[in-house]
Design a protein around this ligand. Structure first.
Ligand SMILES: Nc1ncnc2c1ncn2[C@@H]1O[C@H](COP(=O)(O)OP(=O)(O)OP(=O)(O)O)[C@@H](O)[C@H]1O
Length: 746
């Protein structure tokens, strides 16, 4: 029978020395094989390096290609050192399968270890006592530095297990992982993925999958493992286009940066919305209500109108071309604009069509006016037209060449320009947007700039021609690489022709897919993973959807945690329109992070503050005694300093976050003696609520919750801050507490 949280019931039997010995011997064998493969890879690398920079250019680039590949392979083999093997499955058929961080076979190709992502490993995560499939025993192996330190079994079919020296226990590996002290860096969960999480991780590549779940239900962990799984299971489909991971802040991206490499994947591009456009630094800040304003979907129309406003029909007028007087005719302009628009190309690209048609019309006039001009003179006349100042000015005024940054700066700086195109905003809203040219961009400007860049486009004919040549060149490189792999015996599955071709270079090392994608604003990805997706504005969604025409996305979040005013209050409201209802939803229900008392206090607060929007339901996996402490103080900062000192001692090296109302961050950081920059591996960090999103700590000291509530337009910030600890939440307050928190005071 499965328990309510989906963890299968199991029966512990005493550990035995023989079992340990057996598993240790197996582990030694697998590590032995890992060492062999590393040696083998190192030898090949050394041989290539010994060959040095001699030989033809082609020989050298081949060697470079292989050297990089062996370096990558070595890095991958080194990354799996810790907890290489973590599971074993015994099947009805008598087959025994070990599950680990990568697949390994012995020199005779007999499988030794099954990659956790392979279909054959699925039962390790999915089998339950109620639906065991053909599994009779699932064994969790806990290891440290190549030594077995714990064994626990889930016996899924008690009748089928003989009277052996099996060690049985319950959720030990999971609880050990959850109770362990935090390090300031997220770790992988391959060894203890739970069934409902596994179903999400292995869900198909196509379509948009929304994964919702309350705090600590493993949404981030699942999203990252899913990225690794998809790259493994659909490598041929998504490797060339890459995977984009979008997170809420740079601090958060640093918090999770080790997870994918530890799963053997280094090619995922991670970014925030603010960093989406290469070359744009969105360092500015602004009031939340202005960010909300800029996030509205209506900007799509406003920006279209702003571009269209730069496509004008001038009144009839004279144009001097040398000594020849021509007439600029509104009908000609209208027709040329019509043709340019019909091309459906972005503004700057369509401008080429507009100019061509205008020049043709002017050439016709010229020929009519100047006797004796024939077809042969056309090129010369065009040259004259192009060098006429009158013509240049008129054509620019009719179809202005634009840049995204120039146009948006102009809209913000010139109220009449904005008023012309943004009738959908009120006068008060428009004046709130007013700011001078040269003011730093803010994160909410980035989706607007992106939309503009997309609609304005570049006159990139030359660039596209270059790309076409490169693509055909690359095809021949791939074909050559394939042949070379076949002949050299390097085709052992570690590398493929595309990878080798990536490393071939006419000049210097080629960029990886991730590097190329990162540098290219218009790159489209094979899959996009969005974490804390509830924070994204309608305009930010548009920027992401443009990058993913195939609509293959994993969207994880919790609408109860929304803090941005531009974010989602429901997935339907946010995504039904852009996705036209085409998405599927999965729900995670167990909170692995937050102790039960902390979770219920946070939920009470949410229910009391915003009864109309009850928080997403969750069940906590753990009870921790004295998990909520409330300290009242007369002086907030002094009170905080004393509590931090006390909690620091108690935490015994664990990680502690002091989460404070935004306006107090600097003062508190100084008072508790931590620096300005946030370094998550420090024992103590001071954060504002927004920055704590997605993170977790052993202990959270939460300052003045009523202020946090008052600062934000939504209770999501306070809810997020309260649900960050794995061990204890210590609330310190001078003002009255928000409803729901008081009740839990000790
Ligand atoms: N199956 C699991 N095994 C071990 N640890 C797990 C498992 N699932 C989740 N965790 C741990 O629980 C914690 C919370 O996970 P995670 O941060 O992914 O949750 P979340 O749903 O994204 O949280 P939030 O929405 O509150 O930011 C992490 O430390 C994660 O490693």
């Amino acid at each position: 029978m499965a328990s309510s949280d989906g963890v299968p019931d199991s029966r512990a039997i005493p550990d035995s020395a023989a079992t340990h010995e057996f598993e240790q011997a197996y582990l030694d064998g697998v590590y032995g094989r890992l060492d062999e493969l590393r040696d083998h890879t190192r030898d090949r690398l050394a041989a290539i390096r010994r060959a040095g920079a001699t030989g033809s250019h082609q020989n050298r680039s081949e060697r470079d290609a292989f050297a990089t590949l062996y370096e990558d392979r070595l890095a991958q083999l080194n990354a799996v050192e810790e907890r290489l093997v973590f599971g074993r499955l015994d099947l009805n058929s008598g087959e025994r399968r070990y599950v680990g961080r990568l697949g390994l076979s012995d020199p005779e190709h007999v499988p030794m270890l099954t990659d956790w992502r392979a279909p054959a490993a699925r039962a390790f995560y999915q089998a339950t006592a109620a639906t065991p499939g053909d599994v009779v025993l699932r064994r969790h192996l806990q290891t440290k530095d190549r030594t077995v330190v714990g064994i626990e079994d889930d016996v899924l079919d008690l009748d089928a297990v003989g009277d052996t020296d099996v060690v049985l226990s319950g959720e030990g590996a999971l609880l050990a992982a959850l109770n362990a002290q935090r390090t300031g860096r997220m770790g992988d969960i391959v060894a203890t993925i739970q069934a409902e999480q596994d179903a999400v991780i292995r869900s198909g590549l196509d379509g948009v999958l929304i994964v919702e779940g309350g705090p600590g239900t493993g949404k981030t962990a699942v999203a990252l493992h899913r990225a690794a799984f998809l790259l493994y299971a659909h490598r041929e489909r998504i490797e060339r286009s890459g995977v984009l991971l979008v997170g809420p802040s740079r601090v958060f991206l640093r918090y999770i940066e080790k997870v994918l490499p530890s799963l053997g994947e280094t090619g995922v591009v991670a970014t925030t919305i603010a960093d989406l456009i290469p070359g744009i630094e969105a360092t500015g800040t602004e009031e939340p209500h202005i960010a909300e304003l800029k996030g509205r979907a209506v900007w799509s129309r406003i920006l279209t109108s702003a571009i269209k406003a730069r496509q004008r029909v001038l009144p009839e007028q004279d144009l001097m071309v040398g000594s020849v007087r021509l007439r600029l005719l509104p009908d000609d302009i209208r027709e040329a604009q019509e043709r340019a628009r019909r091309s459906r190309a972005p503004h700057n690209v369509a401008r080429v069509t507009f100019v061509r048609h205008m020049l043709s019309a002017l050439v016709r006039q010229y020929a009519e006016k100047v006797p004796g001009v024939g077809d042969d003179d056309r090129a010369d006349i065009i040259e004259d037209l192009r060098s006429s100042r009158d013509v240049r000015v008129a054509l620019n005024l009719c179809w202005m060449p634009l840049t995204a940054t120039g146009l948006l700066e102009d809209l913000y700086a010139k109220p009449h320009r904005l008023a012309e195109v943004a009738g959908r905003l009120t006068a008060a809203e428009r004046s709130a947007l007013r700011r001078d040219r040269g003011t730093p961009w803010t994160p909410s400007d980035v989706p607007l700039l992106d939309e503009l860049a997309d609609r304005i486009g570049e006159d990139d004919e030359a660039e596209r021609a270059r790309a076409r040549t490169e693509a055909s060149h690359r095809e021949s490189e791939v074909a050559y690489a394939r042949e070379m792999l076949a002949q050299s015996g390097h085709g052992d599955g570690m590398v493929d022709a595309e990878m080798v071709a990536d490393r071939f270079a006419g000049s210097g090392p080629r960029l990886s897919t991730a590097e190329r994608a990162m540098a290219d604003r218009a790159w489209t990805y094979g899959h996009i993973v969005v974490d804390e997706a509830q924070e994204l504005s309608a305009m930010a969604w548009r920027a992401l959807l443009r990058r993913n025409p195939t609509r293959s996305m994993t969207v994880v979040g919790d609408v109860s945690q929304t803090s941005s005013l531009a974010g989602a209050s429901s997935w339907e409201a946010m995504l039904d329109r852009p996705l036209r209802g085409r998405h599927r939803t999965a729900t995670l229900t167990v909170n692995y992070r937050t102790p039960a008392d902390v979770m219920s206090t946070a939920r009470r607060m949410m229910q009391a503050v915003d009864p109309a929007h009850p928080p997403t339901p969750v069940t906590s996996a753990r009870e921790v005694p004295d998990a909520v402490v409330v300290t009242s103080t007369d002086s907030l900062v002094e009170g905080l300093v004393a509590v931090v000192r006390q909690e620091r001692e108690r935490a015994d090296g664990g990680r502690l976050a002091v989460i404070v109302p935004t306006g107090l961050r600097e003062e508190v950081a100084q008072a508790v003696g931590v620096g300005g920059a946030v370094n998550l591996t420090d024992q103590v960090v001071v954060l504002d609520p927004g920055a704590s999103k997605g993170l977790e700590f052993d202990v959270v000291v939460l300052a003045e919750p009523s202020q946090i509530l008052a600062d934000a337009g939504r209770p999501g910030d306070l809810y997020v801050a309260m649900t960050r600890p794995t061990q204890r939440l210590h609330v310190v307050h001078a003002e009255p507490l928000p409803p729901g928190i008081e009740a839990s005071s000790t």
